[in-house]
Ligand binder design. Structure first.
Ligand SMILES: [Zn+2]
Length: 327
């Protein structure tokens, strides 16, 4: 029986159903909250709110979310366990590190050739999250996450990407990498991962859908990776109509098997601070879990994408991504 780890434990791949491949529950800096969040962070309110939003999503037919919230975005598994216990939505969590520029000091002096000369501690940490569980919980990460935002990654960011690649080679867990559409850093990701012997069919190039450059997207897809068409509702990076058109054109070229869908949304993000609830619906009215079901899928159908192609992107591609090769 092929399974994937979720917050509630292993789930049969065949039962994932419609899957959003890049959604956060919370994006939250622990240090920020502990020092400046007392007037806006209400743990009980936010947990209840997340459960309600996930249950509403389930009622719309989406039964699984893939949550790449790692260190740098506020991963905290005990809170996720409380939420997962009260919603039927499968929540798949990640190991890895999300930074754009600077390696955290906690890894700067430990590693091969460094002051504390030990095997790469990121590989040790990420692999343990996948094979044993995260932070003493029984919850296992099912995929890896890192970020390549700038055209020339800093040495620290490149070290993270290579550690993620090596943890993938060690464990077989797939990878989701944040990339920049404008800087087309999906190419950087493919280069680094290929150098490290990553199975590129197990890689999602996150935020590829911020780009409408069909040559770029086709070049990436031809390497075997999946394209993350995953920021619906974030019109500031690429308007929704453009995102829909690009998917329709790529599907028309035969690439439905190379795309996955999501919003990169969340129930709460501390980037807005205390203004979150007031500012967000005005600034980003479509940035929520139900936009794809309500608006994007009907638009894709209008643009000639077939229901079979939608099922490929929302059901079959996620299953293939999480299917481990027999070792
Ligand atoms: Zn994200």
């Amino acid at each position: 029986m092929a399974v994937v780890e979720t917050v509630r434990g292993p789930v049969e791949l065949g039962s994932l159903g419609q899957t959003l491949m890049h959604e956060h529950v919370f994006v939250l800096s622990t240090e920020h909250v502990q020092n400046y969040g007392s007037d806006w962070w209400d743990e009980e309110f936010r947990v209840a709110d997340a459960i309600a939003k996930l249950n509403a999503l389930y009622d719309k037919g989406v039964h699984t979310i893939v949550d790449p919230t790692v260190w740098g975005l506020g991963r905290y598994i005990p809170r996720m366990q409380r939420i997962a216990a009260q919603t039927p939505v499968n929540i798949i969590v990640a190991a890895g590190l999300y930074v754009y520029e600077e390696l955290p000091q906690q890894y700067a002096y430990r590693g091969p050739g460094l002051m504390l000369d030990i095997p790469e501690p990121m590989v040790t940490d990420f692999s343990r999250d996948i094979t044993e569980g995260i932070a003493g919980t029984a919850v296992k990460a099912a995929f890896l996450k890192c970020a390549l935002e700038t055209p020339e990654p800093s040495p620290g960011v490149e070290r993270i990407a290579r550690a993620v690649a090596r943890a993938h080679v060690e464990t077989g867990a797939p990878i989701t990498v944040h990339t920049s559409g404008p800087h087309q850093t999906g190419r950087t990701a493919v280069r680094i991962f290929a150098e490290e012997g990553v199975d590129l069919t197990k890689v999602v190039i996150g935020h590829a859908g911020d780009s409408n450059d069909l040559d770029y997207l086709t070049e990436l897809a031809d390497t075997g990776v999946l394209l993350g068409m995953d920021r619906f509702g974030l019109d500031v990076f690429n308007p929704g109509t453009e995102r829909v058109k690009t998917i329709a054109l790529m599907a028309g070229r035969g690439y439905a098997g190379s795309m996955v869908l999501a919003h990169d949304a969340n129930c709460f993000i501390d980037y807005f601070g205390g203004a979150h609830d007031a500012a967000r619906p005005v600034a980003l009215p479509n940035w929520h879990y139900e936009h794809i079901t309500d608006d994007v899928l009907p638009a894709l159908l209008r643009y000639g994408v077939t229901q079979a192609q939608i099922d490929t992107m929302m059901i079959e591609n996620p299953v293939r991504y999480f299917t481990r090769k027999a070792s």
